[in-house]
Design a protein around this ligand. Structure first.
Ligand SMILES: CC(C)(COP(=O)(O)OP(=O)(O)OC[C@H]1O[C@@H](n2cnc3c(N)ncnc32)[C@H](O)[C@@H]1OP(=O)(O)O)[C@@H](O)C(=O)NCCC(=O)NCCS
Length: 165
């Protein structure tokens, strides 16, 4: 939990995931104590090698219902890595592992992700993770004083080459 609260700072989240200062209570209200609720969840991304695992960021997901759940329920995922761990392929891998986990543990047929049209790193990470570009959600997100266009991507069950390694 401490990692979640510390991570929600402008130093880590700006520009793409920064929506202004929020109280610790508000940050934690979005998450339950163990990271899982029926319609949302989060996990800490850890690098596992020799020695202690290193926390390098968080991934999250929330339900998007396109009709009555559970059959028409998909998941929208998000990610923030701490700056020093970006650009090493971890974002690609973490998002694909999360999608695979959601397909393995729920009946969802669709995992989607949206990001600012100008967020090149996230767009490339999603493409490398096997997601397909679907189009633009116009003026969908309010951030940094303005409405932002979001690029929408999805991965459907059975799609995408397995991750290497
Ligand atoms: C977006 C994010 C998750 C991507 O993860 P990552 O581990 O940094 O990215 P990867 O190393 O997997 O690289 C993915 C691709 O993006 C490219 N990339 C990485 N950083 C980049 C940057 N700053 N600008 C442009 N392209 C970049 C990589 O070169 C790679 O593309 P390639 O296959 O053409 O070489 C991570 O950078 C991050 O947490 N950013 C801040 C938070 C954020 O933007 N979250 C998403 C908001 S919706």
């Amino acid at each position: 939990m401490a990692f979640l609260v510390l991570q929600y700072s402008p130093e880590v989240c700006a520009p793409w995931n920064w929506f202004g200062f929020r109280s610790e209570t508000e940050i934690l209200r979005q998450h339950d104590d163990d990271g899982f609720l029926p319609d949302r969840g989060h996990l800490i991304v850890e690098l596992v090698g020799e020695g202690e695992p290193v926390p390098i960021g968080t991934v999250s997901w929330h339900a998007v219902d396109y009709g009555p759940p559970p059959t028409s329920r998909g998941w929208n995922i998000g990610i923030t890595l701490v700056p020093e761990w970006r650009g090493h392929g971890h974002g690609t891998r973490a998002q694909r592992l999360l999608a695979d986990h959601l397909f393995a543990t729920t009946v969802a047929e669709r995992v989607e992700a949206s990001t600012d049209v100008e967020n090149t790193a996230e767009r490339r990470a999603l493409e490398r993770a096997g997601f397909s570009y679907e189009g633009v959600l116009r003026r969908a997100q309010f951030r940094a004083g303005g409405w932002r266009d979001m690029a929408l991507y999805s991965l459907v069950r059975g799609e995408g080459a397995p991750l290497e390694g």
